[in-house]
Write a protein that binds this ligand. Structure first.
Ligand code: C2E
Ligand code: CA
Ligand code: CA
Length: 761
């Protein structure tokens, strides 16, 4: 009876080609028709969407007539797809498992007189299909549902079977489909907009650019109800212009973090470039490229595969989504920029110190620390290079070093700029070891076409021996300091004993700071005599520190520490003041020409406030500077010739006299010494003690005396302990002397008493 009915057929199990379990066996014929005619039938191609029509009727003829009436047609651009049930019961099972049923054509009288109506109630209330359009059909007009049923169950149409000629059926189904399609669009838009709003709110909180990118992929996929088969690109931050995959999912996942070129698909590359250039979304067959603009220059382009072409409303939603989230992208870009500024050194483009410390912390939290070594690389004499060639040159030199280091250590080693002229490395000891690092400095660095030899000092610490990032950094710095002290241009590994020493020093330093305020520092004065007359001429001021537990700390121990910390500036001020007061007191006692010598540290001397400090002390104590001698060490005098000469001249203008302390131990250039406005050379006590052992042989002390005489300077010898030394020095023409042979350092009262004794002898 029926020949070739072309349609897309689903049996109750929704499986094409299985024998249906319906009441009639004519289904077999239908199956045969389809397989015979699959060339011409309206089977939707993969990805092509169809309208799903549910046909419920216990009369097989009605089924066939309906299929026949609607065969081979497209409504609103889509083919039809039928789901069929021969009873209300069967239909109930079907509606529970099938989705997206656009129209249901339901017979009213089936198992019972109202089986169809109960089915409608079930569809609406139990299954909750409220969008599906329902057309009721009945053979007998007497079974028409009440009006309120039609309204309550949102029944689209009610027709007697005789009314439904094939032309009418077509018109009824078309109207129902149009209505269904409109409902779907409205719903999709409503859902889509809700998604867009939710996505924007969520994305506002995503501050990491990479997380942002992967969230965007997730949201686009949800919005379009697609599997997340996508990638998202940004321009390289360095401005090389290339695209870089910020996030990728599905088959693209492996390219995350790489250049887009690595994908090996020039078509995708071209499409994304075009979208970035036009700043516009593009929808093509099988894919879409979306543009997410950023006013901060961090534009993103999304590439997503779309198995079916997107509907208009879907496109509109995507447009809204992309425009909406660009504010969120700006937000994330801003945070990224702040992050860069906070965590990267702009000069070397390497991570900075805080970033480096974070990385060390991370190594501890992930349990990797025990296999890692931390190195701090300090560039020797960098400040000199900066001074000599200018800071632009210095910058370029640092950049060249950063480039070489980064290239050599590989991706597994963290490299950072941790101080002006210091780099930090964190990695395994196969790379982070002194041999490997020293090799990197063996050849010259080329800066502005000049070859520049650079040496470096390394402080290393094995993270297995510490428990925190802060300790690790401190240990490496301690090792570096030690390396600088002991083997300039070399390296030193941190050991526990170093830490102990440093901690002891830190405690001592804290105590010293307190001592200055608490009066536990005091001054002694060691007399100086004229060698030919044997009479006192002055005294050297020597600082003493008695700790709370009564111990005397030798100045050789605490002065270098005070110099390191800068505390010497305050201490030196205090000493000079005390010495001047003592001198004023002595003058009042009648020692009118007495001279007081005060040691001045290199740190004090270079301090910008030094000259002002001198002036203040003169005014405040009322001392006559002509009787105050400042002792500077030979090494101080050799620091920066021009500056020292200027400073010394200023000092002399006040009236102070100047002596070079520990003379002979430094490295003076004679020509330079000649230019220094200095009154006295003080022979170091080391040379004086050698007189005893070397006897009459030409001694360094003798050479210094000769030198001083040639330069027109006075000579004083310190550390004179016996007659032999005193006689030797006097015989060679040394003017003055100081030492235990004459007197030990004395307190103020002791000095006064000693002076009175000398006078009386
Ligand atoms: P210095 O300036 O060379 O001081 C002379 C040192 O030799 C003093 O040691 C003194 O006690 C010691 N001495 C004096 N006569 C003899 C002797 O016959 N034999 C021996 N073996 N030693 C003798 P002191 O007081 O321990 O000072 C050590 C160093 O501490 C000083 O060396 C000086 O560099 C520094 N210093 C002391 N007081 C001050 C100060 O107020 N300011 C600064 N900046 N440095 C100071
Ligand atoms: Ca001295
Ligand atoms: Ca000395």
């Amino acid at each position: 009876m029926l020949k070739k009915i072309p349609y897309h057929y689903h049996d109750n199990n929704n499986q094409l080609g299985t024998k249906e379990n319906g009441v009639s066996n004519e289904g077999d014929d239908e199956l045969r028709f389809i397989s015979e005619d699959d060339g011409g039938c309206d089977v939707p191609k993969p990805g092509q969407r169809s309208w799903r029509i549910l046909l419920v009727d216990d009369d097989e003829d009605v089924h066939l007539a309906t299929l026949y009436a609607l065969k081979n047609i497209k409504i609103l651009g889509r083919p039809l797809e039928f789901l069929r049930a021969r009873s209300a019961t069967e239909a109930r099972a079907l509606v529970q498992k099938e989705a997206d049923i656009a129209v249901a054509l339901i017979d009213v009288v089936m198992e019972t007189k109202d089986a169809g109506l109960l089915l409608v109630k079930f569809i609406r209330e139990e299954v909750g299909l409220i969008d599906t359009r329902i057309i009721l059909r009945t053979g007998q007009p007497g079974y028409a549902p009440e009006n309120n049923v039609i309204r309550d169950y949102d029944i689209n149409d009610y027709k007697t079977k005789s009314e439904l000629t094939s032309g009418k059926l077509y018109a009824t189904v078309t109207a129902a489909l149009r209505s269904y399609s409109q409902i779907c669009t409205i719903n999709a838009n409503r859902r889509g907009l809700a998604l867009v709003v939710r996505a924007s709110a969520e994305l506002m909180l995503v501050l990491d650019i990479r997380d942002f990118a992967s969230s965007v992929i997730g949201h686009v996929a949800t919005l379009l109800d697609l599997p997340p088969q996508a990638l998202i690109c940004t321009r390289d931050a360095e401005g090389s212009g290339g695209f870089h995959v910020a996030a990728a999912t599905g088959r693209f996942a492996q390219y995350q973090g790489q250049a887009l070129d690595s994908l090996g698909d020039p078509d995708i590359g071209r499409m994304m470039e075009r979208t970035a250039y036009k700043k516009r979304n593009e929808f093509l067959a099988g894919c879409a490229t979306l543009f997410v603009g950023s006013s901060l220059g961090r534009d993103m382009v999304v590439f997503i595969e779309t198995p079916a072409p997107l509907e208009d409303n879907e496109r509109q939603l995507v447009e809204v989504f992309c425009t909406n989230i660009s504010v969120c992208l700006d937000n994330a870009a801003l945070v990224a920029r702040l992050h860069d500024q906070a965590y990267f050194d702009p000069l070397s483009r390497l991570p900075n110190r805080p970033h480096f410390v974070e990385k060390i912390k991370e190594a501890f939290t992930t349990g990797k620390a025990s296999q890692l070594t931390l190195a701090v690389i300090d560039i020797d004499h960098f400040a000199e290079a900066n001074d000599a060639f200018g800071y632009h040159y210095g910058d370029r030199l640092l950049r060249a070093i950063a480039v070489r280091l980064s290239a050599a250590v590989g991706p597994d080693v963290v490299i950072a700029r941790v101080a002006g002229d210091a780099f930090g490395l964190l990695g395994g000891d196969s790379v982070v070891n002194p041999t490997f690092l020293a090799e990197l400095f063996r050849t010259d660095f080329v800066v502005d076409g000049n070859e520049h030899a650079v040496s470096a000092t390394f402080g290393l610490a094995c993270l297995s021996e510490v428990d925190s990032a802060a300790d690790a950094m401190q240990d490496a710095s301690i090792a570096l300091k030690r390396a600088k002290l002991e083997h300039r241009g070399h390296y030193c590994y941190y050991t526990r004993s170093m830490g102990g020493e440093v901690r002891a020093r830190v405690h001592l330093m804290q105590d010293l700071r307190r001592a200055l305020g608490a009066g536990s520092l005091f001054l002694l004065f060691q007399p100086q005599i004229n060698l030919s007359s044997g009479l006192p001429v002055g005294a050297e001021t020597l600082l003493r520190w008695r700790t709370d537990d009564g111990q005397l700390v030798p100045p050789d121990q605490f002065i270098p520490m005070a110099e390191d910390s800068g505390l010497i500036v305050a201490i030196g001020d205090w000493v000079l003041r005390g010495a001047c007061r003592e001198l004023v007191a002595l003058v009042a006692e009648g020692f009118a020409n007495f001279r007081i010598a005060v040691n001045v540290s290199v740190v004090q001397f270079r301090h910008p406030d030094f000259i002002d400090m001198l002036e203040r002390v003169i005014t405040e104590t009322g001392v006559n500077p002509a009787n105050v001698e400042l002792e500077i060490t030979e090494s101080v005098a050799m620091l920066d010739p021009e500056r020292i000469v200027t400073l010394l001249k200023q000092i002399k203008e006040f009236g102070f006299t100047v002596a070079i302390d520990d003379f002979g131990t430094g490295f003076s250039s004679l020509a330079y010494l000649q230019r220094l406005p200095v009154d006295r050379l003080k022979i170091d006590r080391g040379f004086v003690s050698r007189i005893t052992f070397e006897g009459e042989a030409k001694n360094i002390a003798e050479m210094i005396i000769d030198l001083g005489r040639n330069l027109g300077m006075e000579i004083i010898a310190e550390g004179v302990e016996d007659t032999l030394q005193a006689d030797y020095l006097r015989a060679r023409g040394c003017h003055e002397a100081q030492g235990f042979f004459y007197a030990r350092p004395l307190d103020a009262a002791g000095l006064l008493e000693w002076l009175h004794q000398q006078k009386s002898c």
